[in-house]
Design a protein around this ligand. Sequence first.
Ligand code: ZN
Length: 269
Amino acid sequence: MRYIEPHGHMVSRVTDDYIDMVTAGCACVCEPAFWAGYDRSSVNGFYDYFCQLTDYEPKRAARFGLPHFCWLCINPKESEDVKLAEEVVAIIPKFLDRPNVLGIGEIGLNKNSRNEMKVLEMHVDLAARQNQMILVHTPHLEDKLKGTRLIIDVIKRDQRIQPERVIIDHVEEHTIKLVLDAGFWAGMTLYPESKCSPARAIDMLDNYGSERLWLNSACDWGVSIPLNVPYTALEMKRRGWSAEDIDKVVYQNPIKFLSQCRKFKLPKA
Ligand SMILES: [Zn+2]
């Protein structure tokens, strides 16, 4: 088996996870900037985090033979402080030329607040000005449908953004159609305590097809399973999916989306 982990917060994982992922056939990991489990006290905390994502973590992954890419932003959970967000958005361009940076993400909404909306708009503007791809985080549970609608409105309103260069992550049964119909890519997050189980993800693939969709584990500092993509591939096999159709979802689709960034290249097998 071969697969891509398009959404893993590796800075919060241990080296055993890298070994397990590579053993299971992981061909590369992509790490969106997110909440670290605590609020950073200043822009300097983000500067250091962006250095970690663009310098230290790719080197750590390389020790296990795993290419590492990342996305940069101030995440929605820390977007209440608009002034801090402005400072963080101002330093992001310094990092955009680094070789493993794919674009702006994971931006979006957490509680659907006005300040979060302002910061989302700032990031969409930054992506448009810098011609960057976008990865979007959608809120949890009861806030998800409303938040997804708000996010789609903000992105669609900016005529400079091409929807096929945007992936909206953490879709569920009630948001997947909205996202695909608007021309975006959609990510399904396989998470043990919330979001989506492997069985539900495969049901969605059965219902909506496998175009413009990817699977990810979003493994982070909380209870999460870094191998959930290959576990889901095994479940797909059990449910009668062909090897080629599984490969399309877990390997070819992410490559198709990510290759829209010219820096995304996998080493020749
Ligand atoms: Zn995430």
